[in-house]
Design a protein around this ligand. Structure first.
Ligand SMILES: [Fe+2]
Ligand SMILES: [Fe+2]
Length: 199
């Protein structure tokens, strides 16, 4: 996928840069933003909400200890511990995102909506709007994109075949993807992963 960040969002991108990709997942913010921009255009969402939410969604990891950040990827970390780390990165993310959006003088009418998306992007059941769904679908598509898939694999402790199996199970889980078009894209990406990484 080719993507160039729209010029309007460059100030925000630059302001957020030092807080990005803190889970040994270089490129996460950019790739999620690329998918978010693509989905927003395809599903007629508000790019002015979806793109900043995507840029800022994971900056809160920068305020979480390295051990807690990386424990998310380990299969031996208790579920509750993983959820606690996720909650903290969401809470810290909202605080930091507010600061950065105000710093770049982003449209004040849009800030609460963007912060609402960030506040539960990894923990909310179901979707509150198409804008929120677009951002969260983009975050999930990272796992199916070959680059994100390999990044997650290298951070984890499991076998590549098991990781593919988990992704396959998620695809048809209710409320995993907001848009049918995102689910279809994940399926297409999974076909490519299987062809390349399964014997
Ligand atoms: Fe997150
Ligand atoms: Fe993310």
């Amino acid at each position: 996928m080719r993507y160039e960040l729209e010029a309007d969002y460059l100030p925000l991108w630059k302001a957020a840069q030092t807080y990005q990709d803190k889970r040994n997942d270089k490129g996460h913010a950019f790739i999620v933003t690329a998918y978010a921009s693509f989905i927003a255009a395809r599903e007629n969402c508000a790019a002015t909400v979806v793109i900043p939410a995507a840029i800022l969604h994971d900056i809160g990891w920068s305020a979480v200890s390295l051990e807690d950040r990386m424990s998310i990827f380990r299969s031996d970390t208790p579920k509750e511990q993983k959820m606690q780390a996720r909650v903290v990165h969401q809470e810290q993310g909202v605080l930091l995102a507010k600061e950065l959006l105000e710093k770049v003088q982003y449209d004040t009418a849009l800030i609460p909506v963007i912060l609402e998306i960030i506040s539960q992007h990894d923990s909310r059941k179901g979707f509150i709007s198409n804008n929120e769904g677009a951002m969260r679908d983009a975050d999930k598509l990272w796992r199916y994109d070959e680059y994100g898939f390999m990044s997650d694999y290298l951070n984890g402790t499991g076998a590549i075949a098991d990781q593919i199996k988990v992704l396959e199970q998620y695809i048809d889980t209710e409320h995993f993807f907001c848009f049918e078009s995102s689910r279809q894209l994940a399926k297409d990406l999974l076909v490519k992963l299987k062809a390349k990484y399964l014997p």
